[in-house]
Write a protein that binds this ligand. Sequence first.
Ligand SMILES: Nc1nc2c(c(=O)[nH]1)N[C@H]1C(S)=C(S)[C@@H](COP(=O)(O)O)O[C@H]1N2
Ligand SMILES: [Mo]
Length: 210
Amino acid sequence: MGQPVESASGGAAQPELPPGQRLQRGWPVTHYGPVPKFRPERWEFRVFGATADGEKHCWNHEEFAALPYTSVVADLHCVTKFSMLGAEWGGIPARTILELAPPAPAVTHVMVWAEYGFSSNLRLEDFAAERTIFATHKDGELLTAEHGFPLRLVVPHLYAWKGPKWVRGVEYMTADRRGFWEERGYHNIGDPWKEQRYSYQEEPGDGPEL
Ligand SMILES: Nc1nc2c(c(=O)[nH]1)N[C@H]1C(S)=C(S)[C@@H](COP(=O)(O)O)O[C@H]1N2
Ligand SMILES: [Mo]
């Protein structure tokens, strides 16, 4: 679901699953480290780094939850080779954040930060993609703690590690820098359709020196 029927080059129909992936029934929990406890009074979502106005932008939980809500149907592809198809993610599009807290013109990448210092870097174009969404819900229900409550990023066209669970903020960057898994052997870009799993597959220009 959510994948084009024809490939960009025209012609062959695209399979539902990216190469090397298998369909998973149910929804496994995959992450590094413990599940953080949500403390609403301490929670805030921060946009910082190279913002257009040079200021930090913060929302508390109530303010963030009041932002315009939408939904996106998207698949989740874990680099460990399972895929979950056709989930409906509800939440706030990344584009809304870009509009409310615009980046400076020099921004090329973002670092998405989560609880316990987990992070993932994205090219600005991937973050700004129409279907990139900060999800609060899946299939109409609030996310559970282990799946990222109160907020996780979903980047439908990239491997799932590019979408941190328990997100707390976004750093606008004027140069690329590797996030948690990108420093630990995973590919800097992570396109599942190109099977960009590991950093040793990177080509010049795909990411900063390791
Ligand atoms: N904060 C945080 N987010 C994370 C991870 C993590 O280790 N920490 N793992 C990622 C990986 S590798 C995957 S496959 C998905 C899994 O999401 P799920 O547990 O909801 O299936 O979360 C991603 N988000
Ligand atoms: Mo994963």
